[in-house]
Write a protein that binds this ligand. Structure first.
Ligand code: T46
Length: 134
């Protein structure tokens, strides 16, 4: 993300459709996660998001039916884009960590897949079609 830093500190500016590949419709942030807690355990059908850890650090586990990767977010200038049909889990939040999320759509619970068996069923069909984003 564009960064302006110097003796006065650091400022990052993020513009929808320029620095992230969608118009930002919603912003939320996750704070105060106790040690040892893992959040997430879901996928989204249509939502696209960019995750940034603007203070501290957090790990994100990303899964598809055939792949798994863990990404550490610890730099306010680096965002993680998550496209459609990716299972995510957020863990190892450090004390004071702030996870900022930019989202392409307003909140809709119907877009979530929170059951892993249901996720595998839908994701296998989705990735089989080669309809991959992100
Ligand atoms: C994601 C990860 C990174 C709302 O009412 N509006 C919102 O915009 C959001 C994001 C959540 N909520 C409610 C729904 C639940 O009752 O807040 C509660 C906690 O949400 P959830 O358990 O889904 O939180 P996480 O941390 O597991 O997941 C969140 C986002 O929901 C999800 O889209 O990708 O952060």
């Amino acid at each position: 993300m564009p960064k302006f830093s110097g003796e006065l500190g650091q400022l990052n500016a993020i513009e929808g459709e320029h620095d992230v590949p969608f118009a930002v419709q919603r912003i939320y942030y996750i704070t105060g996660v106790p040690k040892g807690v893992t959040r997430g355990f879901h996928s989204h059908r249509d939502l696209e998001q960019v995750l940034l850890c603007v203070n501290g650090s957090v790990k994100i586990r990303l899964k598809t039916p055939t792949n798994e990767q863990v990404v550490t977010l610890n730099d306010p200038s680096r965002g993680l884009y998550i496209g459609h049909m990716i299972w995510r889990e957020m863990f190892d939040f450090t004390e004071g960590a702030v996870l900022l999320v930019l989202a392409s759509q307003h909140y809709t619970e119907a877009d979530y897949i929170r059951n892993y068996a249901q996720y595998l069923c839908e994701a296998e069909k989705y990735f089989e079609k080669g309809d991959i984003q992100g």
